[in-house]
Design a protein around this ligand. Structure first.
Ligand SMILES: Cc1cc2nc3c(=O)[nH]c(=O)nc-3n(C[C@H](O)[C@H](O)[C@H](O)COP(=O)(O)OP(=O)(O)OC[C@H]3O[C@@H](n4cnc5c(N)ncnc54)[C@H](O)[C@@H]3O)c2cc1C
Length: 410
């Protein structure tokens, strides 16, 4: 098998210094199936409930079983398997990429024909799961059901699959149930504020026909929804509803302030050609003829913070203000991607103006004759609360939205 070491600098979820980054990791390993393995597996197809018609539901598109893969991608001679250790004090491994519900004897025989697994032992066989769900279009943005006041749904019951998908909905449903009891407004994250916003809006606006996964590609504002700025995006909101404590907010505000100041420093400070050119030449970047602002140099594609640190004023600034890794990283990202970030912010602002146009809860869409019948049907069914949400419903065209806006006097 091929060794797959972990990240060199493992990141962590929390920004709090209470949790520490991993210092020691175990490697994963990679191996592949082969035509021989596929033949063994095929022997079990007719005994598999997924293939002989006893189970009718569709499998998850994004983590298909090994039998699904050899069926759907019949031209592929091999499939990747990641062998993941289950812990420090066990010999057990998780065979990622080999999920299966074929008969146990077939599973074992097939596994033993995989390179590296010739002598493998088996703790328990793989299995398939089947589950039902409630169409999530029956929910409000708060995850409260439209039909029963005070009842909230979160997780797989809404048609999603995944740990983070379930956990994030659970968090939101919990927050909103609590706010409801306190007679406060619901807490709703927008699509340009958080992946949670995208997830919930997708579910309740579009529904889902198959297990829903929160892919980054589903978000239109990926440049804004970065992991490096999750704290900047969400801590103030969390603090406002009484979740994040004061010290957490302070820490975030300090990071924001320091990185904004550092960005200003790059905008205000110039560098002369004789100091800059050796650094630029080293990176194959065009040389300078006259002094220029550091911000412009830092914006060049090949120039990183490590190059910038070679300028004495930059390294002095970092030392004098004792800037930590997080502040420096935030500054670097904001400088290097400022063009893209600003463009996306403008787009989001434009769309948020539609978000501000609320549709009354008992709005009669049938009255709008000039709107397509399909759009009226969908709007009646989903009952969007804003024009922006209405525009995201499949089957509702930009033209329908213009008609709706005219009708609402906009
Ligand atoms: C084998 C397997 C591997 C997976 N691997 C991954 C993975 O690698 N990564 C990933 O992100 N996701 C994975 N998933 C998916 C993920 O585990 C689920 O989508 C997620 O855990 C669902 O969480 P949930 O809280 O919505 O539901 P659940 O975790 O199913 O929780 C529902 C709970 O409700 C309880 N319950 C049910 N009926 C009642 C009742 N009448 N009264 C009281 N309690 C009741 C159940 O006992 C259960 O505890 C995997 C799932 C399986 C089965």
């Amino acid at each position: 098998m091929i060794q797959q070491p972990g990240d060199e600098n493992p990141e962590k979820f929390s920004y709090s210094s209470l949790t520490k980054s991993l210092t020691e990791q175990r490697s994963c390993h990679m191996t592949y199936t082969s035509p021989e393995v596929h033949n063994v597996l095929r022997d079990g197809f007719e005994r598999s409930p997924m293939f002989n018609g006893r189970i009718k539901s569709v499998g998850p598109r994004y983590c298909p079983s090994i039998e699904d893969k050899i069926n759907r991608f019949a031209d592929k001679e091999r499939h990747q398997i990641f062998v993941e250790p289950e812990g420090w004090n066990t010999v057990e491994v998780y065979v990622n990429g080999f999920s299966t519900s074929l008969p146990e004897d077939i599973q074992f025989k097939a596994l033993r024909s995989v390179t590296g697994f010739e002598h493998v032992k088996f703790f328990r066989p793989g299995y398939a799961i089947e589950y039902d769900y409630f169409p999530p279009t029956q929910l409000k943005h708060s995850l409260e059901t439209k039909l029963i006041e005070g009842l909230y749904f979160a997780g797989q019951i809404n048609g999603t699959t995944g740990y983070e998908e379930a956990a994030s909905q659970g968090l939101m449903a919990g927050i909103n149930a609590s706010l409801k009891v306190q007679e406060d407004d619901p807490f709703i994250l927008r699509r340009d504020q958080a992946y949670i916003g995208v997830l919930i809006d997708d579910l309740i606006t579009k529904g889902t026909e198959e297990p829903y996964r929160m892919f980054t590609s589903r978000a239109e504002y990926r440049t804004l929804l970065r992991q490096d700025n999750a704290d900047l995006r969400l801590t103030p909101l969390s603090h406002a509803i009484g979740l994040a404590k004061e010290d957490r907010l302070k820490r975030m505000e300090e990071k924001e302030y320091k990185s904004n100041q550092f960005i200003e420093f790059f905008k205000d400070t110039s560098v002369k050609p004789d100091e800059a050119n050796p650094v630029l030449a080293n990176k194959g970047s065009a040389l300078m003829k006259q002094s220029d602002k550091m911000f412009k140099i830092f914006s060049r594609p090949s120039i990183t913070i490590n190059d910038m640190k070679k300028f004495s004023s930059v390294s002095k600034y970092i030392q004098d203000l004792k800037l930590d890794r997080e502040v420096i990283e935030q500054t670097e990202i904001q400088v290097k991607y400022s063009g893209y970030i600003n463009k996306e912010k403008n787009n989001a602002d434009k769309l948020n103006r539609l978000e501000d146009i609320k549709i009354p809860s008992n709005f009669n869409f049938d009255k709008i004759n000039s709107m397509s019948l399909e759009a009226r049907e969908k709007l009646k069914n989903i009952q969007p609360t804003t024009v922006s949400q209405a525009s995201r419903i499949s089957g509702v065209s930009p033209n329908d939205i213009s008609v709706l806006l005219v009708y609402m006097g906009r």
